[in-house]
Design a protein around this ligand. Sequence first.
Ligand code: AMP
Ligand code: MG
Length: 347
Amino acid sequence: MKRIVSSVLLISLIVSCLCSCANQKERYTETYLEYFDTASTIVGFEFDAEVFDKNCDFIEAQLEEYNKLYDIYKSYQDVNNIRTINKNAGKEPVKVDKKIIDLLDYCIELYKTTKGKTNVALGSVLSIWHDYRNMYSEDAEGAKLPPMEDLKAAAQHTDINNIIIDRENSTVFLSDENMSLDVGAVAKGYATEQIAKALEEKGITNYTLNIGGNIRTIGPKGDGTPWITAVSMSDIAGNGENPVKVELAGQAFVTSGTYQRFYTVDGVDYHHIIDPETLMPKFDFISISVCCADSGLADALSTATFNMTLEEGKTFINSLEGVEAMWITADGEIHYSDKFSEIIYEK
Ligand code: AMP
Ligand code: MG
């Protein structure tokens, strides 16, 4: 009798094990290279590939739409985007999709939260840096810095109050003809957040959206364990090793780094984040990573803290509920906000 009972137990154990194996979600990935001028990688755990493919179709359609709307460099047929608003500065209000108005509302709010350290109306200054970077990125010998008088003249046209939003008619008007919008600090993270929220509303979980390094996790991995991601430190480690890894389950993790876009003048690397006060890049950090629930906020804060000192940035981040950050200073030192240790993966 004892033997029969143990055999039955053994068989039921094997059956339940087989069932749970069949019930396990599998890991799928997809990469797109067409959006936001970067690689977008989707990782998802699903029971079958078809569901993953269908969800990727949805994500790709959203990426395509947000990319067109938030583009400052390209025009698209039948779409009024940020570039259309810039081209009509001082001329007339432009009718736009609500997704543009929502982004600009968010940027204006962030201007206040970050005490002006991220300014979506800084386009006139940023476009000068962009042009010099493009002009000299292949020509380290002849590379020049933008003349300060040009930057100062452009800075006269960066007043965020000159963005006139008419919500009722869904229009945006830049009342200063020499101003322009640059949404580069926030748009990718904000779009990623909207897509993640749409997926969550559909009940989708166990996904990660990695849009050019803007990471937004939706739930944990398929087996319920957190996602592990490494902080990019190839710049200082030199050997591609990543000594800091973090665990994520539902949060965003976004890094701004000097190595992402820069050009070299007289041996000095000038990166793409510009301090609105000095109109120059700051050289205090190699990268700053921010972790919080919202990827739009993480994107904005990783850019904003670049324009603060380490102490200012720490005080600022520690004052925000549910936001943690990690700084790698120019000399390779690593600093953390008060509770960053809670997300460090140490195994
Ligand atoms: P990120 O890679 O998210 O840190 O964003 C960098 C991009 O944000 C730059 O390439 C510019 O397009 C834009 N940007 C740079 N400095 C600022 C600033 N002070 N305020 C707003 N946007 C900025
Ligand atoms: Mg950013």
